[in-house]
Design a protein around this ligand. Structure first.
Ligand code: NAD
Ligand code: UDP
Length: 310
């Protein structure tokens, strides 16, 4: 297939581009580099199979060659990034998704949306099944991301129902691994950066809020299986092992073998209290579940950060 991958120069997009090329597809990576970087894809072959196009997908997208799949990963994803770029985040989730659907329709291509566990907001149900409608504050600071993705899901399914576009929607839960930006503000790169510099780990709030961390290779396998499936409605992709942020700080200390002080900072507004995917649907429909233990994934990520100083 020839695949248009938006956001392909970001953390997840670059891993997906690598996997798609490895599977024998051609990839057009379209990215405006707002939170991604060329270095993430500089190792990919500059042959006819991989092409980089610098473009803001919130503006009209045109692709001359026939494409078979549009895979839409473009969007700031770290809370620090989307709080810095709230309007661009809303635009890429709304206008960007509309444009990506438009190019899929033009080419009679399939369409894949990278959505997020943030559509569940600060969930009142734990773990979260796909049938849960969520608890989002639309006018809070995180609303720019959560509502953009909720709109993106809505317009994706509207194009499916009204125009017959063959859609897939992955609700991605916290994913970590090689090529996360050292300073993107998310908890995994923050803690790793801090521990390697001998600085205290900054736990926000009292650290009792929970997250469930999925290693990038597991996530990519889930995405590939969903791409190849026939499921048009959302599927959760994430690791159901749930830890409090305080337990996660202890885990980083254990895996890195470095003892660090833990300091407490204010909890960001509307920071979800709990988050854990119910992956029964992915297990049943895709035969997928994560394989990489947190300890192993963290070790690989820490080694990568050590070998790739910013
Ligand atoms: P990232 O910031 O590393 O990558 C996003 C990429 O999109 C960047 O390369 C950025 O430059 C590009 N981009 C943003 N706006 C664009 C625009 N208007 N036009 C073209 N390119 C644009 O983030 P990531 O962690 O790789 O996330 C990728 C996708 O997965 C996002 O859609 C995100 O919402 C989703 N997701 C990620 C996670 C996670 O834990 N990593 C969790 C849930 C959902
Ligand atoms: N967090 C933290 N210290 C940090 C960065 C984040 O305690 O240095 C917390 C944050 O408040 C949240 C969790 O870790 O409860 C995960 O945050 P992240 O930014 O990785 O992503 P989120 O899951 O909130 O989208």
């Amino acid at each position: 297939m020839r695949i248009l991958l938006t956001g392909g120069a970001g953390f997840l997009g670059s891993h997906l581009a690598e996997r798609l090329l490895g599977d024998g597809h051609k990839v057009i990576c379209m990215d405006n580099l707002i939170t991604g970087k060329k270095e993430n894809i500089s190792h990919l072959p500059a042959s006819g199979d991989f092409e980089f196009v610098k473009h803001d997908v919130s503006k009209f997208i045109m692709v001359d060659e026939k494409i078979d799949y549009v895979v839409h990963f473009a969007s700031p994803a770290s809370p620090e990034d989307y709080l810095k770029h709230p309007i661009k985040t809303l635009k890429v989730g709304s206008l960007g998704t509309h444009n990506a659907l438009g190019v899929a329709k033009e080419h009679n291509a399939k369409f894949f949306l990278a959505s997020t566990s943030e559509v569940y907001g600060d969930p009142l149900v734990n773990p979260q099944p796909e049938t849960y409608w969520g608890n989002v504050n639309p006018v809070g600071p995180r609303g720019c991301y959560d509502e953009a993705k909720r709109f993106a899901e809505a317009i994706t399914l509207a194009y499916h129902r009204a125009q017959g576009i063959d859609t897939r929607i992955a609700r991605i839960f916290n994913t970590y691994g090689e090529r996360m930006r050292h300073h993107d503000g998310r908890v995994v790169p923050n803690f790793i950066d801090q521990i390697l510099k001998g600085e205290p780990l900054t736990v926000y709030g009292d650290g009792s809020q929970t997250r469930s961390f999925c290693y990038v290779s597991d996530l990519i396998e889930g995405v590939i299986r969903l791409m190849n499936s026939k499921i048009n409605e959302p599927v959760n992709i994430g690791n159901p092992r749930e830890l409090s942020v305080l337990e996660f700080a202890e885990k980083i200390k254990e895996v890195s073998g470095v003892d660090a002080e833990i300091i407490f900072k204010p909890l960001p507004v509307n920071d979800p209290r709990v988050r854990r995917p119910d992956i029964a649907k992915a297990k049943k429909e895709l035969g997928w579940e994560p394989r990489v233990e947190l300890e192993e994934g963290l070790k690989k990520t820490i080694d990568w950060v050590k070998n790739n100083p910013e």
